[in-house]
Write a protein that binds this ligand. Structure first.
Ligand code: SAM
Length: 183
């Protein structure tokens, strides 16, 4: 599962877009694709989280997102065959009704917008789905969609390559630091 964020603007969007990528990583996406401005620093921050907490997520800048999307759904989703594109938009059909119809045996890209989404996105994506028909946030929309897509297992992920492991506790913070335990 890839997440493609369109229309990224340096200066305005780094914090919310970092959150979008972190939600993707924590809830089951494998790759984070960014279109719009390039931001190597944000990618470094994401790598640093993955370094400590495991679960590395591939990051990539996409220069021509409409061409990329058209190729993904019509030609090659990375394995030589077409994939599935799901656009999260408040104008779409209810996500819980769409999910059972979306095939699970193909690579999928979840497309989210920023301030303005080009009309072509609606044409290229096989599914335009809404997480409620009110305007809110790409972060919330992605979280709810991934939760419904994966079910409970999605948000209960642990990563084998983690160096810091959080021990759930009702009070305070408990974190195992594997590097220190090895010293
Ligand atoms: N007016 C904008 C538009 O063109 O859709 C809304 C921008 S909104 C701040 C940024 C992104 O959040 C949208 O492109 C969409 O991906 C996501 N989003 C916001 N509300 C949503 C909803 N109710 N359902 C699904 N996605 C939503």
């Amino acid at each position: 599962v890839d997440v493609l964020r369109l229309g990224y603007r340096l200066g305005r969007d780094p914090r919310i877009t970092t959150h979008l990528a972190l939600v993707g990583r924590a809830l089951g996406a494998d790759r984070f694709l960014l279109a719009g401005d390039e931001d190597p620093k944000m990618f470094e921050n994401l790598e640093s989280v993955a370094d400590r907490f495991g679960g590395g997520m591939e990051t990539e800048h996409v220069h021509a997102p409409m061409g990329w999307l058209r190729r993904f759904v019509e030609e090659d989703a990375g394995d030589g065959s077409p994939g599935i594109a799901v656009h999260l938009t408040m104008y779409g059909e209810p996500f819980r009704e769409a999910i059972p119809r979306i095939r699970r045996d193909r690579p999928m890209v979840i497309v989210v917008g920023g301030a303005k989404v080009p009309g072509d996105v609606y044409k290229h994506c096989q599914y335009n789905v809404a997480v409620g028909n009110q305007p809110h946030s790409e972060v919330a929309a992605l979280a709810l969609f991934l939760d419904a897509w994966y079910g409970e297992s999605g948000s209960n992920r642990s990563f084998d390559d983690a160096r810091l492991i959080i021990q759930p506790t009702a009070n305070g913070k408990r974190v195992r630091d594997l590097d220190r335990e090895e010293e």
